[in-house]
Ligand binder design. Structure first.
Ligand code: SF4
Length: 288
């Protein structure tokens, strides 16, 4: 059993214990997992390229047609996926009712847990939900979010093939203001950070993109200017983290040079996770 799998199993067991303590008596398990559990152990290498994100633009390799095995994951892969699903579902339940920040609990419409493919190798992390995100319960759905979606699409992906989350899961309150958002404080992010850490530990993304100086400060504790940090991979719990500008900054600053910098950061991310990069993508800003 690999160390990563053992850690995942431990995390799952902890969540199961928490569910049990909260009174939950049953958890759903699919027929496929039950079948896999009763099958003899079989060790198969899990290839990163098996992920749909990584194979999106590649022709599928020819495989022998064998109805008994061609579409079934190995028992270990299947168990790992289901363990992740179960651990994330349990985590979501606990985060959705979190009351750690009384002021934010009072003003939030809902907790914004995160959205996307929990098995994706790529995670985007922003600072906190704004009014739009608070209303819809999904991160990055306002104008900045729409721009992030376009960036993801330019990478040859879609929103549902990556995972998008914020450090702070509740909208920062804006006392005395009738509109607008505010940045989360370092203390608020510190309080909420364990939720993101749990997400990262369960999902094990291969690369994280930290969007904007506030997210970089909250996640990495780095307060060096984002202009200096962007474009240079940092490491967080062994995972490469690419700091880049927040999409909202791109909306405020329409300079081509800034857009090109973000795109260059994304090219580095694509390289890191082994995504194919076309000539058009490589030269995107040279052609404009
Ligand atoms: S911001 Fe985070 S820690 Fe605070 S109440 Fe919301 S979910 Fe809980």
């Amino acid at each position: 059993m690999s160390e990563a799998f053992r850690q995942l199993l431990d995390a799952t067991l902890q969540h199961m214990e928490a569910l049990k303590a909260a009174g939950t008596k049953y958890v759903p398990v699919s027929v496929e997992t039950l079948a896999a559990l009763s099958a003899p152990p079989r060790r198969l290498a899990v290839r990163p390229s098996a992920h749909p994100v990584l194979t999106a633009s590649r022709p599928a390799a020819p495989r022998p047609v064998d109805s008994s095995t061609s579409t079934i994951d190995s028992p270990e892969t299947l168990m790992k996926k289901e363990a992740k699903d179960a651990a994330l579902a349990a985590l979501r339940q606990s985060v959705l009712v979190c009351q750690k920040c009384p002021a934010l609990v009072k003003t939030r419409s809902q907790v914004v847990f995160g959205v996307g493919d929990i098995h994706s190798p790529l995670m985007f992390v922003g600072e906190a939900p704004g009014a739009d995100e608070d209303a819809q319960g999904e991160p990055f759905v306002g104008k900045a979010g729409q721009l992030l979606t376009k960036i993801i699409q330019a990478m040859g992906l879609s929103r549902d093939t990556v995972f998008i989350a914020n450090i702070l899961k509740c909208r920062p309150d804006t006392p005395g203001q009738t509109a607008g958002n505010r940045k989360p404080t370092l203390d608020e992010m510190k309080t909420c950070l364990p939720h993101l850490l749990a997400q990262i530990d369960i999902m094990e993304p291969r690369v994280i993109v930290a969007l904007g100086a506030t997210a970089v400060a909250g996640l990495l504790g780095l307060t060096t200017g984002i202009t200096k940090l962007r474009g240079h991979f940092q490491t967080f719990r062994g995972i490469p983290v690419m700091p880049t500008y927040h999409p909202a900054y791109l909306l405020r600053n329409q300079a081509l040079a800034v857009k090109r910098e973000v795109w260059e950061d994304m090219l580095q991310v694509m390289e890191k996770i082994g995504l194919p990069i076309s000539k058009k993508q490589r030269n995107f800003f040279l052609a404009h």
